[in-house]
Design a protein around this ligand. Sequence first.
Ligand SMILES: *Cc1c(COP(=O)(O)O)cnc(C)c1O
Length: 664
Amino acid sequence: MQETTTRYELESALLQVAGNYAWTWDTRARELFRRIPAMNGEAALHPAERIKLLDEDDWAGLIADSEFTELAREAQAKIPQPLPLRDEETVAYFSPEFGVSEMLPQYSGGLGVLAGDHLKAASDLRIPLLGVGLFYRDGFFRQALEAGHQRERYETNNPRFLALTATPARVELELADRIVTARVWQANVGTTRLFLLDTDLEINDERGRRVSDRLYSGDREHRMRQELLMGVGGIRAIRQLGYEPAKFHLNEGHAGFLALELLAEEVAGGLSLQEAVAKIRQRIVFTTHTPVPAGIDRFAPELMRKYLGVWADRFSVDMDELLQLGILPGSDDHFNMAAFCIRVAGRCNGVSRLHGEVSRSMFQDVPGGPEITSVTNGVHARTWVTPQLQEAFEDKLGPEWYLPDPATWAKVDDISNEEIRSAMRQGSDRMIQMADRQIGEQTGLDPNILTVGFARRFATYKRADLLLRDRDRLLELINDPDRPIQFVFAGKAHPADEPGKAILRNVVEFANDPAARGRFVFVPGYNMAVSRAMYAGCNVWLNNPIRPREASGTSGEKAALNGVLNFSILDGWWDECFDGENGWAIPSSAAEDSGQRDWEEAHSLYDILATEIAPLYYGDGGENPSDEWLAKVRHNWKTLGPFVTASRMLQEYAERIYQIPPSR
Ligand SMILES: *Cc1c(COP(=O)(O)O)cnc(C)c1O
């Protein structure tokens, strides 16, 4: 390109770069798109859309900018190509949500973000894996605040502006009394492909079109239709596209109905239903994510009869025999998707060591299932670490710093205190800008004050309001004249979760209390961009679920990679990773009364903040954070860096769970 760049060449280079989500974790490509004039003040547009909105003057400016055209050329040369896939080693990864980027709003929280990171790490390691899910036309809700209440707004997504390409596949699916047709979009995520089924087609009737309308919304019947589409429709879709994967990985049980299609084939080949179950197990692996029975997807027998009667006929069994496959012993007559997935899976895992234990006891009575093991969740480092720190890591640890090698992370000693402080200061400035923008006014947050962050879904077990149990004590910490502490909170409550919404109102109300203003801030509009800014902008990452209900948690892992120290209940990943020095543990109380338990845990939290965390951060009055704090940050990197990455997680899945013979 260089001097002879034409508008056509530049536009096509930019569209190609935007056409693979790999640009979202490439710091140079991110810089490229940052330089394109933003077409809307909130700047959340996908570049594929932004490029289409440029006018002649914009183009003239870009073409004349040789640094820009050079960046474009560099990014274009680096676009990853989809990995060639051989059936005998391919894994199809099914998930109800994929958090690839805030620009592809097809996720609600941790489960989806994990799925996005899974694809990205598979891409980094060249593991032959493709993703399968639904394309929700209205995505998940966007959050705003109105008089202290959460307001939920849905926006219609145009796939053409989200770097999705149409595939030739057209899937037909019987949903009780009608046939619904779905088309299939493809997103490129590095070297992996993500296929998303979409029923919003003219040939479907109104109800058929709405099957893939929104994520986690609607009644049980709607959920049943979505799960049949995801599972049965999903497997039909990838087969139409020419794939016959060796393994099917179920990220939670929502797509478990894909087993129906495999079972029907075996039964048609002459096996009994029980023999068919034994046979398909070699191809299915199941990851369970919730240690709470109430969190599992379940369907009433009537609903099962309505939608699965056709399958019982295909298996030549009566409905009761089919229903038995989803019974959780000791529970009721509902069809439990986790129990079903365990019965049809050859391998099953929880998502942290502790969660593996909890899952084993939760499902010990499901007959015929595999032994439940665990693979602890990890995060995609290049997605979550700030560009400035990535530069330091590349420089001092090497270009493949994000691969799971302990020797790599020992080299963080070569990063100077000045470099770390400067990266932290930049992270903190960016977070404050983000918070001011989201709120629409100056928050008053101070980059020199010890900052504690909390951002996640407001599910009740996560106790976003634990800190508020003793407000007077909290205000003492906030307004301490020598060692003040400020708090930044964000998160969404599911629209139907009234207790979760009440917690959110509580937190917002406290943030608006004049006594806390500017030192306790709630940031609305929680999404991956908000969370990413927070993981790098705080000093301490707070996590205080009711143990052991947090199966893994991943936000603390993202914070740790950014040098933010964890302060957490010993639950999920932290239970196995805390070594006494790489952060702090909040002791869990043994009190039986939940009010008493919360009070005790909250007071442990205040005490540790006041007597350990704040003194270490402020040191004896020199620079913030103190040299001793930075030593702890380095220790955090050395102990956690090699473990918390999704590349370590993918290696474990490949070796222990997928067990694809290494033929490459
Ligand atoms: C990482 C992440 C989560 C998961 O947070 P937990 O603390 O593990 O619950 C949820 N939402 C978003 C947007 C994230 O990036």
